[in-house]
Design a protein around this ligand. Structure first.
Ligand code: BEZ
Length: 390
């Protein structure tokens, strides 16, 4: 009898309830990670995971007092398998949060599933404009960029440098198409003209015919989006074809981020626009780079590692606001929407559509590093066309 008396006295004095966060904290939060472990984007997926895990480890393996359990599915960077893969995470594993993906087409399938299931979703890379446009939602967040943002920043940079006639060449799928659209929007404002748009099927890496055509067209410069293994080969082939000296190569920063070791000398002088670089003058970045190297055998992080690290930070902020309960999407959202994320790229806030508002740097490859040589676009916010969140 006495035992029960003490129990109820404890409840009254502490305000503790059986459904309180203290009760929940014993459980795990299941994070469903859908990233490529194979294919041309495999390294990008691996570095996102490394960044995400580093942040969780720094918090002692818990976020908002709850253990984090990862459930991994290899997305293969393949949109045709994405519906099955995301359903596995939601229906078979009943994850609390979806994290993914790298490829825009895969992320779109995930965003649709997040919309219909109400699960939290955090995008640590894919730029599909729709994710924070018509598909935006109170439960959907992005810590990377929109494809429009990266293309627009590169277009501003080439316009400001005085380029007039440019050829674009990229993979023909959502990300490449939206980056070229963003690029044209900014570049044409400066009086520039895209004289030819060239397209390569994803994930193919054969472009000799297009390289020959570029030499014949004699543009002032070339704008491109390739990433991962495809970017390594494109930059090498472009230099080997003798084009680099005559037709300066520009791109969104994915062209030279996480790829420089493979590209070697061929990448020197290539110019890109991105929200991260190798020589950021940011205290948080210095600490991040040190911790990353320590955790991963001296490796240097890239933009993908940063986006993964920030995805984990965002999850921490949201879960803390929701007292550890991932089902309390309203409280999660309130916390994240008012937060400033202390990113290695520099602090940023999310737009109303849940996409980072951030600076884009103009970078040049010098001595095997992406060095900041200017600002391509300051505090750039995606227009979030079609998003109804207020
Ligand atoms: C995308 O598909 O959205 C993407 C893939 C790799 C790098 C950047 C964007």
């Amino acid at each position: 009898m006495k035992k029960y008396h003490f129990f109820w006295q404890f409840i009254l004095l502490t305000g503790f309830s059986l459904t309180s966060p203290i009760a929940l904290s014993a459980d795990e939060v299941k994070v469903g990670v859908m990233l490529p472990a194979t294919g041309t984007y495999a390294r990008l997926g691996s570095n996102i995971q490394k960044g995400f895990k580093l942040y969780v480890e720094e918090q002692g393996g818990k976020l908002a007092g709850r253990d984090i359990k990862f459930v991994n599915v290899d997305s293969e960077g393949n949109p045709s398998k994405a519906v099955d893969n995301v359903n596995k995470l939601i229906k078979q594993h009943d994850v609390d949060v979806l994290v993914g993906s790298v490829h825009s087409g895969v992320a779109m399938a995930m965003a649709k599933a997040a919309k219909s299931s109400g699960k939290l979703m955090i995008v640590p890379n894919a730029g599909a404009n729709q994710v924070t446009g018509p598909f935006c939602g109170v439960n959907i967040y992005r810590t990377s960029f929109s494809s429009w943002q990266t293309g627009y920043a590169a277009g501003e940079a080439m316009g400001a440098k005085g380029f007039k006639k440019v050829v674009t060449i990229t993979w023909k799928y959502g990300a490449g198409q939206q980056m070229v659209e963003g690029f044209k929007e900014a570049f044409e404002k400066s009086g520039g003209e895209v004289i030819e748009e060239m397209w390569v099927p994803f994930p193919k890496v054969e472009w000799q015919a297009q390289l020959t055509q570029i030499a014949a067209l004699k543009p002032d410069g070339v704008f491109t989006f390739f990433a991962g293994g495809g970017a390594v080969k494109f930059v090498k082939d472009y230099a080997a074809a003798g084009l680099k000296e005559n037709f300066p190569l520009y791109g969104t920063g994915f062209l030279t981020d996480g790829t420089l070791q493979g590209q070697g000398e061929a990448a020197e002088g290539v110019m890109t626009a991105l929200h991260y670089a190798d020589d950021m003058d940011v205290e948080k970045d210095r600490a991040f780079r040190k911790a990353y190297a320590k955790a991963y055998n001296g490796e240097s992080p890239d933009v993908y590692a940063v986006q993964g690290y920030d995805a984990a930070q965002l999850l921490d902020i949201g879960l803390t606001g929701a007292n550890g309960d991932p089902k309390n999407v309203e409280a999660f959202s309130k916390a994240v929407r008012s937060a400033t994320i202390d990113s290695p790229r520099g602090p940023f806030k999310l737009s109303k559509a849940h996409n980072p508002i951030q600076d884009f740097y103009l970078r040049e490859v010098k001595g095997g590093k992406n060095i900041v040589v200017g600002i391509a676009a300051k505090a750039l916010e995606d227009p979030a066309k079609g998003c109804k969140l207020k």
